[in-house]
Design a protein around this ligand. Structure first.
Ligand SMILES: Cc1ncc(COP(=O)(O)O)c(C=O)c1O
Length: 414
């Protein structure tokens, strides 16, 4: 009986959504009429400046109105959708993907869930970045897959600490997860670094899971290079979605793509298991899938440029404002994605014990929501999502500054 009870325990993994809802419930700055500003969650669509384009919307409306897509789609995805994603990703790859390499999922989240479920076997482990995206830990906990955290190096643009990867891996390591462009750090890895990751995976006889949900959302000097560029060195499972680049996270259109020129997945019977597993998954709505070819073919570069310019602008504001706050430092200015990690020097603050205490007091006193670093694996850091209107970012950081000044234990203000 005892054992059975244990198996059914809920994983204790902290989730971003869980902690943010507690913080929101804690907002109550009574003496002012400060509106709540959330720089907590990576859903830019709450701000009107991050709207998808009309042609993307029309593609969905047309697919819906056609009455051709009211039925079930094949569980691996509609053929035209798989083909469109294969072509879209192949634009940046040395080898053309086949539509058969593409599996359509309900957002990138379901692609993560499917991948980890298929890789899980008794005793297996995966290596995930710290800081990272907690859904990997949560999903692994449900699948009894052991998670080992390797470090990212803030002073080296949050690159993968390959020494820590090598030290953690053993014969039961089934995959190394990388997130590029990165959440929560905003890293964009160079082609050289990705090649080093592939070489390390090869040495460890592991595969690479490349979470590229922020693919192409880059605004610094490093271009986005897909991990699958190096699939001939080590096999790659690329996970992505329309959510971030097309600004439609609620449409739940994602993908899982196999890049495996050496046929390693076939030997592992991975493809067989994957196809079977898809029969369990309810993917995205058929009419959303049907709209994908038009969405991909007809979306203007100007739309993507606008988003990236906006993100560049708000990250600039964020980093400039942080420089005015003595107890907070930003070791790396993001070149991609929508989030930045900031380090807090608690020795400069009084009456705040740690990052959780910091974020709860900030929510209560300033109506500003930001994520405690512990939620992404780094205690005493903060994660700010800068995909917000510039005026909101300015206002939130001004409030953060006066909050830090109030709690400063250094004489004369800050
Ligand atoms: C790194 C990372 N992977 C996956 C996801 C999930 O993406 P989706 O909304 O498409 O499920 C997110 C969402 O924020 C993310 O940040």
């Amino acid at each position: 009986m005892e054992n059975r009870g244990k198996q059914n325990e809920t994983p204790t993994t902290i989730t971003i959504k869980g902690i943010l809802s507690l913080l929101i419930a804690n907002t109550e700055a009574k003496d002012t009429n400060k509106k709540v500003i959330s720089l907590g969650i990576g859903d830019p669509t709450v701000y009107t400046c991050y709207r998808t384009t009309s042609n993307v919307q029309e593609a969905v409306v047309d697919a819906l109105r056609s009455n051709k897509f009211n039925g079930y789609a094949p569980t691996v995805g509609l053929p035209q959708t798989r083909n469109a994603i294969a072509q879209y990703l192949s634009r940046d790859l040395p080898e053309e993907l086949s539509p058969d390499d593409v599996y359509i999922s309900a957002g990138c989240t379901q692609a993560i869930e499917t991948t980890l479920s298929i890789l899980a076997r008794p005793g297996a482990n995966i290596l995930v970045p710290k800081p990272g995206f907690p859904i990997y830990g949560l999903c692994a906990a449900f699948r009894n897959l052991e998670v080992r955290h390797y470090d990212l190096l803030p002073e080296k643009g949050w690159e993968v600490d390959l020494t820590s990867v090598e030290a953690l891996a053993d014969q039961d390591t089934v995959a190394i997860v990388i997130i590029n462009p990165g959440n929560p750090c905003g890293n964009v890895y160079s082609s050289n670094h990705l090649e080093e990751v592939a070489e390390t995976a090869k040495r460890l006889r592991s595969i690479v899971i490349a979470d590229e949900v922020y693919g192409h959302l880059v605004f610094g000097s490093t271009p986005f290079v897909p991990m699958a560029t190096f699939a001939s060195i080590a096999p790659v499972i690329t996970l992505g979605s329309l959510s971030k680049r097309y600004l439609v996270p609620g449409w739940r259109l994602g993908w899982l793509v196999l890049s495996d020129p050496n046929g390693i997945f076939k030997n592992l019977k991975f493809v067989e298991r994957l196809k079977k597993y898809c029969d369990l998954n309810g993917g995205p709505a058929t009419f959303i899938q049907a709209a994908v070819p038009t969405i991909i073919e007809q979306t203007d570069e100007a739309f993507f440029r606008k988003t990236n310019n906006m993100l560049r602008h708000t990250v600039d504001i964020c980093c400039e404002k942080v420089e005015e706050i003595p107890c907070i430092t930003c070791p790396y200015k993001p070149e991609g994605s929508m989030a930045v990690m900031l380090k807090v020097d608690f020795s400069m603050l009084k009456d705040i014990s740690d990052d959780i205490d910091f974020c709860f007091k900030l929510a209560k006193e300033e109506n500003v929501i930001i994520l405690p670093g512990i939620a992404v694996g780094l205690k005493d850091w903060l994660r700010i999502t800068f995909a917000a209107e510039p005026t909101s970012v300015i206002e939130a950081l001004e409030r953060l500054k006066s909050f830090c000044r109030r709690y400063s234990n250094v004489q004369n203000g800050h």
